[in-house]
Design a protein around this ligand. Structure first.
Ligand SMILES: [Zn+2]
Ligand SMILES: [Zn+2]
Length: 332
């Protein structure tokens, strides 16, 4: 039987439905799993995404392309295929794509996690004949601490810096991770947080969908020569090492990322602190999720895909790798 989804030069493609999934090149119709830049790229003529992703996709793609939104679980017929979105628990609006055609079901996971996240719908296991899974952190060393424990660690770090009179500069993804931090910290304090413009824009789109976040102020709106001693600042990784950070004066820096699980990465990158907080599944979550889909065949992509496929084959599964251009978490 032919595969329902194949790898092409512009991305994963479903011949029966005539659509691409998260294409990295221009496509006639793109299905978007979530709005991180490596998955939702401009250049396609039409996009289909979840309702919660739509405001982000429209903002990114501008006026040109058609953006169609579907609710989680809603079925859309495309060619000879029926497509539906199911929560992936990765960021607001993130989805797995379920494709049914010729009596077979393929599920493309997109990026996903199983850990609690107050800013998005939790991952929902979907039965599949073939499961295409991400493998960003598919090594047994990757096991995440509980997110509320990490949030308490961030809070303690901020408090310590406050008492020492220095700024706390926390780097993270502007979409997803920053809002997750703002929601988690909102359970521990009502002190406002300062944010880079990129974080502010994404946070506004979250709030417009009713996600409750700690109050934020844009750094750009602060008066000149103001002291930042004791403040917590959230900024995207791209702002690190630029003149933008000089205004904060004496400061400690930290990175919130799954990569912080590995000793040495933090030091090599020059951060004072690392917080292990990831929007991807850790090793136990990957293995459990694959189990829960009941898939007879698994295709891994992204990150440690070879390693995951090998592990699955050694455990008696039909498993392989499907090539994509997706990037891992916070390229450190
Ligand atoms: Zn992502
Ligand atoms: Zn990704």
């Amino acid at each position: 039987m032919d595969d329902l989804v194949v790898s092409t030069p512009v991305g994963l493609y479903c011949p029966a439905g005539g659509f691409h999934i998260d294409p990295w090149g221009p496509a006639e119709r793109a299905i978007v799993t979530h709005v991180h830049a490596d998955h939702a790229r401009p250049g396609s003529a039409a996009y289909l995404c979840t309702e919660a992703s739509a405001p982000f996709v429209r903002r990114r793609m501008g006026e040109g392309p058609v953006v169609q939104a579907a609710a989680y679980g809603e079925k859309t017929r495309l060619g000879d295929a029926v497509v539906s979105f199911h929560p992936a628990g990765h960021v607001l609006g993130s989805a797995q794509v379920r494709i049914e055609a010729a009596g077979r079901v393929w599920v493309i996971s997109g990026d996903y996690k199983r850990a609690a996240d107050p800013t998005c719908a939790p991952f929902e296991p979907v039965r599949a004949d073939v499961f295409v899974t991400e493998a960003t952190f598919a090594l047994p060393i990757y096991r995440w601490p509980e997110p509320d424990v990490v949030a308490a660690d961030v809070m303690a770090w901020w408090d310590r810096n406050r008492h020492a009179g220095v700024a706390s500069l926390l780097f993270c993804y502007a979409m997803g991770k920053a809002q997750r931090l703002l929601a988690e910290l909102g359970r521990l304090t009502d002190r406002p947080v300062l944010v880079h413009g990129a974080v502010a824009e994404m946070s506004d789109l979250y709030r417009q969908q009713g996600v409750s976040l700690l109050a934020t102020t844009r750094v750009a709106e602060m008066p000149a020569r103001r002291s930042y001693a004791g403040e917590l600042v959230l900024a995207p990784l791209s702002a690190g090492g630029t003149p933008w950070v000089r205004r904060f004066g004496e400061r400690e820096t930290a990175l919130a990322s799954g990569w912080m699980r590995v000793r040495g990465t933090r030091r090599r990158k020059g951060y004072d602190r690392g917080f292990v907080l990831s929007d991807h599944a850790d090793w136990p979550a990957l293995v459990r999720t694959i189990e829960e889909t009941g898939a007879e065949r698994v295709l891994a992509t992204h990150g440690y895909s070879e390693e995951l496929a090998r592990y699955l084959r050694e455990s008696g599964r039909d498993a392989g790798v499907i090539a994509t251009h997706f990037e891992g978490e916070a390229d450190v």
